[in-house]
Design a protein around this ligand. Sequence first.
Ligand code: MG
Length: 162
Amino acid sequence: MTTNMRIGHGYDVHRLEQGRPLILGGVTIPYEKGLFGHSDADVLTHAVMDALLGAAGLEDIGSLFPDNDPDFLNISSMILLQRVAEKLYQERVQVINIDATLIAQAPKVAPYRLDMRKNLAAALGIPVDQVGVKATTEEHLGFTGDGSGMAAHAVALVERMS
Ligand code: MG
């Protein structure tokens, strides 16, 4: 039996700074700091995009959406995710599921998880039950633990249609 299923992994980190909105999975979350970056710095969505692109054998987001390109300054990562979805469609790659983990000491994101899943699913045009979002702390250890940044991991399973 042959299969066209492929798995991909994505990882991203952004610094937390004063004076920036905190946007995770396309949800703006009230907090004293936000993630710094060229785009909206949505670290969770960036990890998801790289997982999908990796699974599809495409170039990563750093290559597709360079951080020195003014077109992408402060752009919503939801728009970038829609562009990734278009690329997958062109490559006849269907998303089977995504599972993402945010690593952050604060704030508590549990109340926003369902909205993040809905946003990610909507941008990709897939049902919400195919998108998982989890969050964990690192017990005050390291750069996530001291609140200087957030990290995210994601895995994606896709299938190339023949
Ligand atoms: Mg990033």
